[in-house]
Design a protein around this ligand. Sequence first.
Ligand code: SAM
Ligand code: DTB
Ligand code: SF4
Length: 343
Amino acid sequence: MTNQATGWTRDAAQALYDLPFMDLLFKAQTVHRENFDPNKVQMSKLLSIKTGGCAEDCAYCSQSARNGSKLSASKLVEVERVLTEARKAKDAGATRYCMGAAWREPKERDMDQLIAMVEGVKALGMESCMTLGMLDDNQVFRLRDAGLDYYNHNIDTSERYYPEVITTRTFADRIDTLNRVREAGIKVCSGGILGMGEEKQDRIDMLVSLANLDEAPDSVPINMLMPQADTPLADAAPVDPIDFVRIIAVARILMPTSHVRLSAGRTDMSDETQALCFFAGANSIFVGDTLLTADNPEEDNDMALFAKLGIKPMTAEDHCDHRSAPQIQPPNLKPFAKVEAAE
Ligand code: SAM
Ligand code: DTB
Ligand code: SF4
């Protein structure tokens, strides 16, 4: 089953966003329960396989050589080290291993090593994901033939706001790579970042663009900007947590069968904000104390939060079956007004 393009309009998405918070969350949770087990969250682990020295100028990124960041450029990590880390992630419960490189696009000389990484991760029984920048057809086919499950390539923001954030490649370039990946049969992971100075409308437009791709992405990471020293967005104003939860809820409603990932920025979120994000339909996180270069909550903290909320990690089998998840109904799903009328 595919995620059919939905034809969502900006007005319809905005009307959802502007609902009273309780109504929006009720709707999002209802859609969530129709498509997923609401008490399960998928866990992915990230590894930076090539850090720093990137030729692109993404204003949020610590790895751009153009941002004057002090992060030094590394070489592509050895396959064996990647697989050692992947084994540890699997033992800690992660079902997907995501390998990220600070590149505009991969070079031909790196392809054999990348393919060995995908094959090695697959051999461990984990899903594989890569985020390597733009890909041409030949690279897409080689990665697909190696067994790559997901490719992450974020649109990051609305088409309107995009040039304020990145000038070295266009919004259309990003969509081209996403289409190439999907047409080759690799699952698409695409989302964006809140907190880069964009307007509310840009956040909504970003979700509408994602929902209206030829197929909605299988996985939608929503990142809260983690301001990085020496970047143009180092002093960006924080995102209001309620606005963040609203975007998660709208993402869930616009893309009912996609995994919505509560991604970067959880170190600055309270347990309560994260719980609201899960209630609004987020059902995936990155685990482990480091993302690519930035901090992420310690594993113990995440497991304590899951225990408090009665959330269980999604297993590999759950992941395959998510679209036939039982439609679990909570008690008292009646709207408040009806409960009152009955008294
Ligand atoms: N170089 C590749 C690319 O940009 O496609 C892959 C790695 S890149 C770091 C992956 C994504 O991480 C970006 O598209 C962005 O959405 C997110 N990201 C990067 N830095 C971030 C930050 N400081 N805060 C929040 N999200 C960030
Ligand atoms: C995504 O949307 N977020 C992840 C993943 N895809 C590759 C990356 C977040 C990076 C946060 C900043 C850092 O670790 O450097
Ligand atoms: Fe490079 Fe990716 Fe960072 Fe942009 S987000 S500067 S492409 S590593």
